[in-house]
Ligand binder design. Structure first.
Ligand SMILES: NC(=O)c1ccc[n+]([C@@H]2O[C@H](COP(=O)([O-])OP(=O)(O)OC[C@H]3O[C@@H](n4cnc5c(N)ncnc54)[C@H](OP(=O)(O)O)[C@@H]3O)[C@@H](O)[C@H]2O)c1
Length: 215
């Protein structure tokens, strides 16, 4: 089924498996041009090939992005922005959960670096492209942050920034991040041009959400 969606460009992080993969397939089926931002490009290309067998007209590109590395995020954003592509929808989907304590290349706790800082930097670096897209198309942009029911179990006082590198309590820390993402579920930003949504992981709910705005 191809329709109005075919004029949309959507970037999905962590698109080579799980919810990101299914989101890629669902949006491609509706004609959206999907940019799969993945750390393993071979896996990403395999997913793309599988989807193309099912949906030969799917428009999918695979680009390399390691959210745990700020250098990789900057490189990715620079390539995306200089490509001149529009960007209507950004889905911050990738994530790691309950990993043992480890540090990223930038010496930041891995879950915090990947799930939070990487997406924060990515979003900020792509914001001008999104604003330009909304201005030229006269259509609100969308940023979607994947969260979880786990946000209900976060510390009431919010993220303990002074304890990010404590090896204990990692699970609670990830719940704190989900909690922050829930707080980011708010109305228009960037002068009313872009709307930010936060979703507790549920594929059906956000596909409904995309449809409600773009049909
Ligand atoms: N499924 C659920 O029930 C559930 C519940 C609560 C919250 N969530 C949230 O929903 C999102 C998707 O969950 P999921 O179940 O689909 O997870 P998943 O199957 O584990 O997929 C996560 C994706 O993130 C990618 N990723 C991990 N680290 C990355 C990095 N440094 N840079 C770029 N990509 C990276 C993974 O890539 P690789 O394939 O290379 O590892 C993978 O494609 C996550 O943010 C998760 O926290 C899901």
């Amino acid at each position: 089924m191809f329709c109005l969606f075919q004029f949309l460009d959507c970037l999905i992080s962590g698109a080579s498996s799980g919810l990101g993969l299914e989101t890629t397939r669902a949006l491609a089926l509706r004609g959206v041009h999907v940019i799969m931002a993945v750390r393993n490009t071979d896996a990403g290309r395999n997913v793309k090939e599988e989807i193309l067998k099912e949906i030969p007209m799917a428009k999918i590109d695979v680009m390399e992005l390691d959210l745990s590395s700020m250098a990789s995020v900057r490189k990715f954003a620079s390539e995306y922005n200089s490509s001149g592509r529009p960007l209507h929808i950004l889905i911050n989907n990738a994530g790691v959960m309950a990993t043992p304590f480890m540090l990223s290349k930038d010496n930041i706790e891995m879950q915090f670096a990947t799930n939070h800082l990487g997406h924060f930097l990515l979003t900020n670096l792509l914001l001008e492209t999104m604003k330009k897209t909304t201005r030229e198309g006269n259509k609100e942009g969308r940023i979607v942050n994947l969260s979880s029911e786990a946000h209900r179990f976060a510390y009431t006082e919010g993220i303990r920034f002074d304890k990010i590198h404590d090896e204990s309590g990692l699970t609670v820390k990830i719940q704190d991040l989900y909690s922050v993402e829930q707080d980011a579920n708010r109305g228009p930003v960037a002068g009313g041009m872009i709307r930010i949504h936060c979703l507790k992981a549920s594929i059906g709910s956000w596909i409904m959400w995309v449809r409600s705005y773009y049909l």
